[in-house]
Design a protein around this ligand. Sequence first.
Ligand code: AKG
Ligand code: FE2
Length: 191
Amino acid sequence: MNLLPRDGTAIYFGRIFNESTARNYYERLSSTLPWRHDEVVMFGKRVVTAREVAWFADAGIPYRYSGSVKQAAAWTPELAELKVRVEEITGLSFNSCLANLYHHGGEGMSWHSDDEKALLKHAGIASLSLGAERAFSFRHKRDGETVSLRLENGGLLVMKDETQDHWKHALPKSAKIKEPRINLTFRTMLV
Ligand SMILES: O=C(O)CCC(=O)C(=O)O
Ligand SMILES: [Fe+2]
């Protein structure tokens, strides 16, 4: 069922893992991925984000993002396993993944579209959540209409078609949330 009323497709598959499996993946990813603080350019200034990230891609794909080329790491066993599971469930295929680690609810992601030139236009992006349950919102670029949902521990969301053209999305901050969360966004980069 499409969560968006028009101009795109967002499907929430609900939880694809039970509590203990999701927790186990969270633990393994948090201790094995090469996490580091991201650097973004905002108003011409370099800003180091509180959230930590790690990039993965098939061999030979350079990941350009926020004006710089980032070195992608090779898939770890857990990530490769999760990629296959997500591909089976969604019927999509991916060649890269951005992993985000939010240490608590004080960290989030502001309004943006995943419309980088290096991404295959209108391909699906699959977002798997592990750890703390968080709110997630879409906002229409023209009229500001908002659609919100909860991303559960083990929850899988897919955004596809013209979603990135017409909608922004955000992970709002929430001071009440003390637990960490890992989000994996599987993507298709142009090769
Ligand atoms: O953490 C999330 O659920 C959102 C991540 C996101 O939008 C992104 O990495 O582009
Ligand atoms: Fe995004």
